[in-house]
Write a protein that binds this ligand. Sequence first.
Ligand SMILES: Nc1ncnc2c1ncn2[C@@H]1O[C@H](COP(=O)(O)OP(=O)(O)O)[C@@H](O)[C@H]1O
Ligand SMILES: [Mg+2]
Length: 264
Amino acid sequence: MIFRPDHKFTHGAETSKMQIEGLNVHIAGQHILKEVNLIIPDKRITCVIGPSGCGKSTLLRSMNRLIDSVEGAHIEGKILIGEVNLIDSGEHLTELRRRIGLVSQKPCPLPMSIFENVAYGCQIHGIRNRRKLKMVVRHYLEAVGLWDEVCERLNAPATSLSLGQQQRLCLARSLAVEPQFILADEATSALDPIASRNVEELFVKLKNDYSIIMVTHTLRQARRIADYVVFMYLGELVEAGLASEVFDNPQHELTKKYLSGAFS
Ligand SMILES: Nc1ncnc2c1ncn2[C@@H]1O[C@H](COP(=O)(O)OP(=O)(O)O)[C@@H](O)[C@H]1O
Ligand SMILES: [Mg+2]
């Protein structure tokens, strides 16, 4: 499905899994992520689960260095893609975030038209030719199943769409810059059940082309779509593995309790 309007956008050798080693994050003197070690497989859905406040969002924010803009945050360790450590690579943040897209809980379309929202990322990354832009915008709106719904009103403001449509638009905007990883932080929690299922199914389709790391707000969702599961508790990674193994045969006492609903 990946559409390469310009050879500059190919990933080349960078298509490899993400490897996290000895990741520690402190915020304002508090130890928020504690010695996290984890391998994120390529082109799979990895769901991060755990009670509120255990550090799921902080983990995602570390992966695209959004943590840099959190006041009082200090990060140590390695987040490797191939040989490159994202934490001290010196790579420009714009380029890093192109490769590692983030979709957040509430859809946040830019205050522009539907068309411009998708075109925006491409323009930043150098595509200015109008005809090419139109092709790219259509391609990504199709990829998120939105084209048929919006093709008659591409110049309408993005905010005129329903929440579910806005979330798919935001996803199209992230895809338009051709990331390798997609981080999704409770990306369906603000949506009604039908829109939520649509977006969920979209992620399942997208894993053919992207590595997806998803914080899920419901265990049921993780059970439906996860290939791999990571369970966190109080800033520590307690257990990680194939979804079937973690769900059906959890090794750690805390994981068993969490999955049985003893706490949430
Ligand atoms: N900007 C911040 N300033 C201070 N503490 C923070 C900040 N962001 C997160 N935390 C703390 O870090 C811990 C983990 O938060 P978070 O990663 O948002 O958890 P989760 O997404 O699992 O609910 C919580 O105790 C939270 O209060
Ligand atoms: Mg969170």
